[in-house]
Design a binder for this molecule. Structure first.
Ligand SMILES: CC1=C(CCC(=O)O)c2cc3nc(cc4[nH]c(cc5[nH]c(cc1n2)c(C)c5CCC(=O)O)c(CCC(=O)O)c4C)C(CCC(=O)O)=C3C
Ligand SMILES: [Fe+2]
Length: 415
């Protein structure tokens, strides 16, 4: 593999695409270069030839994982909660949620669909690197995916995680599990380097896709009822201590809740201006766990729906901006529990989609992959954000989003 400069094939395509006015001078050379591009495409590029993702030889979609059969439920839950002090009653309740859906979480199927969508988008851009899939808590385990990559000759891969925000659970815990997999392979004599894309809560591919989804939800309720719905944003609750230390890790963080608050406000303003109406919104939380004595982020979505009903609100758009796909928290905690609460109250509740395999989101993820590769090559690249102007660093700062129980090695950071 060679150090990339500007890809001449890209420039040629840009200059000679459909409808482009060819300047009179360089017609012949451009045509010649175009023939070469076509010849290259016909031969099929091998990943050794593609420099846009250099230094990486693959992208690894890295996710939480979930059970896919009833007998996998308890082993999965024990793995997830090992040493986390989750009460047995909570584990039993969560096992029930999974068994309610036949013991199968939707998350792995959704991630396989995302892998396919990423492959399609990369193919569209003629990026020929493989997209792999590895989980932290269920098969295919990240360590096994990475072992296979090493055995196929790869030495450096880029992790794309399915969590967008900053806190221990959604950032450093992934980094710890990546480090554990890399160390396990090192002990087997297999060497692999793993980098990660930045937390993408304010990358436009994620944030603008959510803005469009919420706007269309508000529009649909207005068309159906003639009333502007109240928008209730929802994300995963956290122990307040985890939120307090999210971001810099100095107890003045609250980055997790503030990222959600900023995005919720920006999306609401966007929907209001697009539709030319005033829109009210709130941020709520779901999926609280832990012992009752431990404070978690509030309000709970169900409590908040009751409060809104008490204030005379009749129509609600429920926007799960904290989640990337419709996994168990969404189909159980929102579509089952929150929907039941709404029915009890006689509240009209429209739960809008998560980004899932939305084209704008998938295009944005591939942009993030290209951005991270350019950063790894020390190139100056624009780092688009919406809302706000601060992209999260792709290499985490020392001490950020700390593990409050035990210090563990973490990959993809400077500590
Ligand atoms: C911020 C966050 C995300 C979003 C970021 C990301 O996507 O990573 C997330 C995702 C997910 N969480 C999931 C499942 C679970 N999370 C648990 C427990 C916990 N989650 C926490 C936080 C988060 N979780 C926390 C603070 C705990 C308490 C224990 C601890 O301090 O670590 C438990 C244990 C039982 C319980 O306590 O509920 C389970 C089973 C699944 C799979 C769903 C499926 O199968 O479809 C997914 C995608
Ligand atoms: Fe969780």
């Amino acid at each position: 593999m060679t150090q990339p400069t500007v890809d001449p094939a890209d420039e040629t395509r840009a200059a000679s695409g459909p409808g482009a006015d060819l300047p009179p001078g360089p017609v012949e050379p451009v045509r010649a270069a175009e023939d070469e591009v076509v010849a290259e495409m016909e031969e099929g590029l091998s990943h050794e030839d593609d420099t846009r993702l250099f230094p990486y030889q693959a992208v690894v979609l890295t996710s939480f994982g979930g059970p896919e059969a009833p007998e996998e439920v308890m082993p999965f839950l024990r793995r997830v909660t090992a040493g986390r002090g989750i009460p047995d009653e909570r584990l039993e309740a969560v096992a029930e949620h999974y068994l309610h859906f036949g013991g199968r979480s939707p998350i792995n199927d959704q991630n396989r669909a995302l892998v396919d969508a990423l492959r399609e988008e990369m193919e569209r851009r003629e990026i020929s690197l493989p997209v792999l899939f590895g989980n932290r808590n269920s098969e295919p385990f990240l360590v096994d995916t990475l072992r296979q990559a090493v055995d196929e000759g790869m030495t450096s891969v880029l992790a794309l995680t399915t969590s967008a925000y900053s806190c221990y659970s959604s950032c450093r815990q992934y980094r710890e599990d990546i480090a554990a997999a890399v160390d396990e392979l090192a002990a087997e004599g297999r060497t692999v380097h793993v980098d990660k894309v930045r937390q993408y809560w304010n990358h436009p591919g994620f944030s603008r896709a959510n803005a469009r989804i919420v706007t269309e939800g508000v529009r649909a309720v207005r068309e159906r009822t003639g009333t502007t719905p109240h928008v209730v944003f929802v994300t995963h609750s956290l122990p307040t201590a985890m939120d307090d230390t999210s971001g810099p890790g100095d107890s003045e963080g609250n980055l997790y809740s503030s990222q959600h608050r900023q995005l919720a406000a920006a999306i609401t303003a966007e929907a209001a201006s697009t539709l030319g109406v005033e829109v009210e919104h709130d941020l709520t939380y779901c999926s609280r766990s832990g012992p009752p004595s431990q404070p978690w982020l509030e309000p709970d979505v169900n409590d908040h729906l009751r409060a809104l009903h008490g204030r005379g609100v009749e129509h609600v758009v429920l926007a799960p901006i904290g989640f990337v796909s419709d996994h168990m928290e969404v189909v159980f905690d929102l579509d089952t529990e929150a929907q039941e609460t709404a029915q009890e109250l006689g509240l009209d509740l429209l739960r809008v989609p998560t980004v899932g395999t939305d084209t704008e989101f998938v295009v944005g993820l591939v942009d993030l992959v290209l951005e991270r590769a350019a950063q790894a090559r020390a190139e100056d690249v624009p780092l688009p954000t919406w809302p706000g102007s601060d992209p999260r660093p792709a290499v985490c700062l020392p001490g950020c989003c700390p593990n409050l129980r035990v210090a563990k090695p973490a990959a993809c950071g400077s500590d």
